[in-house]
Design a binder for this molecule. Structure first.
Ligand code: GAL
Length: 373
C-alpha cells in the first residue's frame, strides 16, 4: 500500500501545494469552497497523510486488542462501483489493523433507507462496538444518529455527508459521531479546470461559448449537487461563457447515463461540446452513447467524470475520456477505520475528517493507474 500512496503523492506534488488528508474540525458544509484557481490547484497528497493516519492507528492498536471487537458497516448499495472499491479497501484495512474478518459485518442497503434502518437496528441489537454508515439518504442522518446514540455506540459516517445542522448536533452534544469524506466542491472545480486548461478551453466549434450537458448523480446527494454547480462555476471563474443544453439525473448509474446521453446527442448532436458526468460510471455510459453516435472524444466532444475508476483511467490514457478526478477511496476508507479504532480506544475524533481529490488527465494518468494496481 505504501507504494500506491507514494506514487500518488509524487504526481500530486508535481502540480500542487501539499495539503493532505486528515482531521479537521471544519465541516465541508462550511469550508471555503475550492473555487479559485489557486484553491483548486491545492491538490492532494493522499500518501503522506494516509501513512500518517495508519501510523497513528498502529500506535493505538498496540495498546488495544481489537481481535474481539465487532464492526458493523452499512453501505447504501453494493452495486455502486465506487462504493465497492471503498468497502473492499475498508474490509482489508480493518483486518490489517487487527480486527478479525468474522467480526466485520458489511451489509447492502440496496438503495432503500427502510432496509438500511432495519440493518442498523439489527447491528444495535447484536451489540457491535462501532458502526460505519454510508447512509442511503443523507437526510435520514438525524434519525440514524438518534438510534445509534441511544444505544451508546460510536458512529462514523462515510461518503454521504449529513447536513450542517446534523453535524452541529454532534459537536454541541459532544457525541462520538464523525463524518469522513471529501469536499465535493473541489471535485467539481477540478472538472471545470480540466476543460478550462485545454487549448480551446472547451469551445470546440469556436462560437465563443462552451455548450454542455450535465449528467447528475443521485440528486439527494451533496456530491451530485456540488459537482454539478462547481464544475460550471470553475468555467465561469476562468472567464468562459457557458451554455447549458441539458441537465439530467443518471443516479450514478452507467446504463441510465448511456440512455440520457444518447437522447441528448439525438437532440443536440455536435452542438454538445462537453459532457460533464458527476462520476465515472456515468462517464463510461456516456462514452458508449458518444461512440454509438459516431462521435470521437477529444475531437467532437469532451468527456469528464469523477472517481478515477480503473476503466475510466484507461479511457483517459487512450483519449476516450478527457479527464477524471481521483476520489481517494484508499485514504477515506483508512481514515474511517482509524476513526473507528480511535472511538474504541477512547482517543476520540474530530467531528469532520476530510480528504482531498486529485485531478487526473493524460499528464498523470499513468501514475494514477500504477497506484491503483
Ligand atoms: C460519490 C462517488 C459516486 C458514488 C457516490 C455514492 O462520491 O463519486 O461514484 O459512489 O459517491 O454516494
Amino acid at each position: 500500500m505504501k507504494k500506491v500512496l507514494s506514487l500518488l503523492t509524487v504526481s500530486a506534488m508535481a502540480v500542487s501545494m501539499v495539503t493532505g488528508c486528515g482531521s479537521s474540525s471544519t465541516p465541508a458544509t462550511t469550508a471555503a469552497p475550492a473555487t479559485t484557481a489557486a484553491a483548486a490547484e491545492t491538490t492532494a497528497a493522499p500518501a503522506a497523510t494516509a501513512e500518517t493516519t495508519a501510523a497513528a492507528a498502529a500506535t493505538a492498536t498496540t495498546s488495544t486488542d481489537l481481535s474481539d471487537k465487532k464492526v458493523g458497516v452499512c453501505i447504501y448499495q453494493f452495486s455502486d462501483n465506487f462504493m465497492t472499491l471503498f468497502r473492499n479497501e475498508l474490509q482489508n484495512y480493518l483486518v490489517s489493523l487487527g480486527f478479525k474478518a468474522e467480526n466485520i459485518s458489511i451489509v447492502d442497503g440496496a438503495n432503500d433507507q427502510a432496509t438500511q434502518t432495519n440493518q442498523i437496528q439489527n447491528f444495535i441489537t447484536s451489540g457491535v462496538d462501532v458502526l460505519i454508515i454510508n447512509p442511503v439518504n443523507s437526510s435520514s442522518a438525524a434519525t440514524i444518529t438518534d438510534m445509534v446514540q441511544a444505544a451508546n455506540i460510536p458512529l462514523v459516517y462515510i461518503n454521504r455527508e449529513p447536513n450542517a445542522d446534523e453535524e452541529k448536533r454532534w459537536e454541541d452534544n459532544n457525541w462520538n459521531v464523525t463524518y469522513v469524506g471529501c469536499d465535493a466542491r473541489q471535485s467539481g472545480t477540478m472538472q471545470g479546470q480540466i476543460i478550462a486548461d485545454l487549448p480551446d478551453k472547451g469551445d470546440i466549434n469556436g462560437d465563443g461559448q462552451v455548450s454542455y450537458i450535465m449528467i447528475e448523480g443521485d440528486p439527494e446527494n451533496v456530491d451530485a449537487q456540488y459537482r454539478t454547480e462547481f464544475s460550471i462555476k470553475a468555467l465561469e471563474d476562468a472567464g468562459i461563457k457557458v451554455n447549458k443544453l441539458d441537465d439530467q439525473v443518471g443516479n450514478w448509474d452507467q446504463a441510465q447515463a448511456q440512455s440520457l446521453v444518447a437522447n441528448a446527442l439525438a437532440q443536440h448532436g455536435k452542438d454538445i461540446e462537453v459532457v460533464f458526468c458527476n462520476n465515472d460510471a456515468m462517464a463510461l455510459g456516456a462514452l458508449q452513447a458518444i461512440e454509438a453516435a459516431g462521435e470521437t472524444v477529444g475531437k467532437d466532444v469532451y468527456l469528464l467524470g469523477v472517481d478515477a475508476l480503473q476503466e475510466a483511467c484507461e479511457n483517459v490514457k487512450n483519449g476516450k475520456q478527457t479527464g477524471t478526478v481521483f476520489n481517494d477511496h484508499i485514504s477515506q476508507s483508512h481514515s474511517a477505520a482509524d476513526a473507528a479504532v480511535n472511538y474504541i480506544t477512547g482517543a476520540g475524533n474530530d467531528h469532520y475528517i476530510g480528504c482531498d481529490y486529485v485531478k487526473v488527465t493524460t499528464e498523470n494518468v499513468d501514475d494514477v493507474l500504477n497506484a491503483l494496481k
